[in-house]
Design a binder for this molecule. Structure first.
Ligand code: HEM
Length: 239
């Protein structure tokens, strides 16, 4: 049942992302060649597509094997996305420095700066909970914090897409849209992406409802394991 739904929502997401990419490229082909004006939107669009796909690919994982494979791919895709962000961000900030333009003046630029700072902490927390969970006191404790990386990840995705919407509505992008009515296409793309991501969310992974894939006995045993681990930590602390 999940697989069938995932396919439908996944298709919605991919069509939305392709439409978003196509609309940006349609504008970029119209802009007289000036590297920062072309490269910033291009790199940022690639960043947005990768970061969204990097979230989507982890959504349906449920077995240990799927989760392990998903985590590897997630780390790789988000790593590439981060590189695109650094390059695209650097190009625009550098261009503003050369031109002596004001920094982080528009709403788009302010949100962009927020994205740039946020991703650092998001990645740091994700890497430590996934690869060095022991830092948080115990491996179980570290792994249990992963759900917060998941929640803050969705918030991050919202901020990224708000930044993207402001970016595609900057004067430059609006003025060079070949057919002004095509701007409406960005709403269609956004709706498709939101439906695609929202439709594949597993609320149980946020720890708010029980995991439907796990038997009650398994849930009991993991709770017991967690309890014993906590007891051991407490005993060691009081020694
Ligand atoms: C989440 C992705 C994005 C981030 C983090 C981001 C970040 C930024 C930042 C920080 C600036 C201003 C730099 C400064 O003031 O020194 C800027 C400017 C600009 N960005 Fe983006 N951007 C993103 C996506 C986009 C997209 C998708 C487009 C268009 C398709 C775009 C188009 C522009 C344009 C035209 C400017 C110059 C006008 C302005 O400063 O408002 N950006 N961006």
């Amino acid at each position: 049942m999940f697989k069938y739904k995932d396919y439908i929502f996944g298709s919605s997401l991919h069509i939305g992302l392709i439409l978003f990419f196509g609309l940006v490229i349609a504008v970029l082909t119209q802009i007289p060649f000036a590297p920062p004006l072309i490269l910033h939107p291009l790199f940022m669009t690639l960043f947005i597509i990768l970061i969204t796909e990097g979230v989507a690919l982890l959504q349906p994982t449920s077995t240990e094997k799927e989760k392990k494979k998903g985590l590897k791919l997630h780390a790789l895709v988000q790593g590439f996305a981060y590189v695109f962000l650094i390059v695209g961000f650097g190009i625009m900030v550098n261009s503003k420095m050369q031109r002596g333009g004001p920094h982080f003046a528009s709403d788009h630029a302010k949100f962009g700066l927020t994205v740039f700072i946020y991703i650092f902490f998001q990645a740091l927390f994700g890497i430590t909970t996934a690869y060095f969970p022991g830092i948080f006191g115990s491996v179980t404790k570290g792994k249990s914090l992963w759900k917060f990386h998941r929640m803050t990840g969705y918030l991050f995705l919202v901020i990224v897409w708000v930044t993207a919407q402001l970016g595609i509505r900057t004067d430059l992008m609006k003025n060079f849209m070949p057919v002004p009515n095509l701007m409406a296409g960005h709403w269609v793309a956004l709706v498709l992406v939101v439906i695609g991501i929202a439709g594949r969310v597993r609320i149980y992974k946020w720890g708010l409802v029980p995991n439907p894939h796990q038997h009650a006995s398994q849930q009991d045993s993991s709770a017991i394991l967690q309890y014993h681990e906590q007891q051991t930590v407490n005993t060691n602390e009081t020694k």
